[in-house]
Each structure stands twice: as C-alpha cells, then as structure tokens.
Design a protein around this ligand. Sequence first.
Ligand SMILES: Cc1ncc(COP(=O)(O)O)c(C=O)c1O
Length: 422
Amino acid sequence: MRLHGKEEITYMSTVKSPLQRRINAFSSRVSKIKEQDLYFYLQRIDAIDGARVTIDGESRVMFSSYSYLGLVNHPRIIEAASKATCELGTGTHGVRILAGTTRLHVDLEKRIADFMNTEDSIVFSSGFLANVATISSFLGRGDAVISDRLAHASLIDGCRLSGAEFLWFEHNDLDDLERILKDAEDKYRGKLVIVDAVYSMDGDIAPVPELIEICRKYGAWLLVDEAHSLGVLGKTGHGIQEHFGIPRGEIDILTCSLSKTIPSIGGFVAGRQDFISFLRHTARGFVFSAALSPGAVAAAKEAFDVIEEEQWRISRLRENIAMFTSGLRALGYNIMNTESSVIPIIIGDEETTLKLTMLLHKDGIFICPILPPAVPRNTCRLRANVLASHTEEDINYALDCLKRAGIELGIIEPKGSRGQAV
Ligand SMILES: Cc1ncc(COP(=O)(O)O)c(C=O)c1O
C-alpha cells in the first residue's frame, strides 16, 4: 500500500502486538464508515471566505466554525499578525520564563485582564493547555476538584492529572453540587468547582450566580471556562460576568481559548494578580512550553479591540441565533435548552445522524455529526454553530435543507414545517 505517495513501512513492533491490535480494531471501524461514504472528519478546506469554505472545489456554508463573531479573516487582525511577524519573527526564543517574554505577550495579557475585568491574566499555547496546566498545578493530593458532568475534556484531564480527589455533579444540578460539597466539607484541604460558562455540546449556560453562592458557603473556589461565551454572552460580548451582571472578582478563575471568537491560537487564564503570578512560576504547561508566536499574540490582541469597536457583530449574532433556533423548533427538531451559538440538533442513533450529515453535505452545508463517546449513546446529534457572518439567506437555506432531509429520513413530520415550500 502507498501512503502520501510513499511505500508503507513494516514496523517490527507491530507484529503480534496488543497495541497494534488496538489500532487495527479502530482502523477497521473507520474503514467501514468510509466504505459507506459516511466519514465526515478532517475535511480538507482549500479556501475560507467569511461563513463559506471551499471543499473539493465547492463552496459550502460553514456551520462547524467556532468563529462566532466572524473574525477569522478580518483584515485588521490579519494586518496586525503580519506586522508582528515582520517585526519579531515567526517564533520565539523558547519558554517565556527563561528566554524572555516579548512586549506583545505582556501587552496581550494586560489587554485580556482589561477585557475580562480581572487584575491579571496569563497566556498559554492553547485553551486545552491553559485548563490542564492550571488545574494540575494548583491542586494536588488532599484536595478535591468537583466538576460538572459535562465539563470540557481539557478540564477533566486537568482534574485527573492533578492527583486531587475527582468528584463530579450532575449537569447544572445545584442540589447535587451542594450535596457533594456538604459531604466533602471536612474531608479535603482545598476545593475547586469547575464549570463551562456555555456547554460545548448542549449550548446551555451554567447558573453561575448560584454557583458562586454555593462555593462561598462551602469555602470552594470556582473556575469558569469561557471558551464558548466570550464574544457571545453579555450585551457587549464580554462573557458570563456581563451576562449575569456578576461583580468583578466574584469568579475566582476564568479560562478561555484564543481560537474561537478570538481568531488566533492559544488560551488564557484571568484572575487575581497573586494567583496569576503563582501560575507564571508553577504551571508546567507554561514553564516547560514555548511562547506563542508573535503573529498569534498580535492577532489575539487586535481581536479584543475589534470586538469592542464592532459591536454590530454581537447584535447580528443574536439575530442569527434567534432566527435559526426558532426555525428549527418550528420544524419540530429537538434543540435542547440552548441559549448560545452552539445549537445541538438531537437525532438519536448514529446511523440516522450520519445519513442526515451526508444529505446536508450534498446540499453544501458543512456541519459536524457528534457521536459517542463525545455525547451519551442515543443522543447523537448534529452540532450547528451559528455565526455573525451567516447571512439571512444562509440560515434560511440551511433550514430548508434540514427540513427536506429531516422529512426524508423520518426525523421530523412534514406538518412540523415552517410553512415554507420545501
Ligand atoms: C470549553 C472548552 N474549553 C477549552 C477548549 C480548548 O481550547 P483550544 O482549542 O484553544 O485548545 C475547548 C475547545 O474546543 C472548549 O470547547
């Protein structure tokens, strides 16, 4: 067999190896899906134009993007990245604590602290790393970390790596959290509660004001991940604190990705100055990992300015979310309790979910199927991300395609239509 035009190599370690058997089992699962023409991952994109991408020479409307405010190819942000690259180069000298930290990194951390209304912030080379490094360096044996059941994988991995007792409560269930904290009261030294502001698979929002109250009562710290809420929640897109009107300093730790609404790469943690300083000197994912490139840093900083200056993007996103969700509900789709850009379209079984994805792809809609283990069995879904860069025409077109395909596969009833011609 030839791979990327090269002859396949026979590695001696693969002969009769249990590790190889694991790979074989996985490969045969993937091959079966590919044979049925139902493999939708790792699609090759050749061009990006707003909410459209080109795949196999065809333009598709993008419903799998995290660029919620449509900043992914914003000219000002591209210019900032190019300028920084020309001035400081494509890389850095290595880890910031030893090899120096550029003025751009310092400026970005100040800008983030200002945007998030915190004392300070620290930038990591991904949102995933920000969560893993923060939780695992802050907590240890004798502590307890209590996570929402649906918290993001990076938060869960941080909890596992920390060595602290890992407990979880039912999704958004305050009574369950209180029960666990009461039980944990005298058993552990430090306690940290972990939630996503907006849940990445269900699109619903954590009840943060009540979480703050419960954490206070039981002496626990609260960490909130803003990956899907920054730029989306709050009147001016400042996230969960603005959404609920939470005063400064009430949430102990805010974490976020710089590759969703912010069209760059990296992640950050924002909070008290002493805590951020603690991370700068102890978080292994910071101390032992190289700095972000100047281009990525400058792009991220410019994006925070653009969000504040181009507020129309936030209203536009809200209008698009309202239009898409009301259309889907009118068609008879189950979209759970989403209140954000993340719209779960629950289908149920894996086969129907993959077939629906295929029909939509044929119609020029780029949307992702979400299957177990990412979501529980029988809650397979399409996850549609609504963007500020979608036009009214894009949303109407997607709804019409979902109507046609949904009826064809028996997911929705013909009568559950929006009263429009199919
Ligand atoms: C809630 C949440 N946190 C963290 C991350 C990781 O962010 P990054 O892609 O920057 O590593 C993601 C990524 O999808 C996410 O959904």
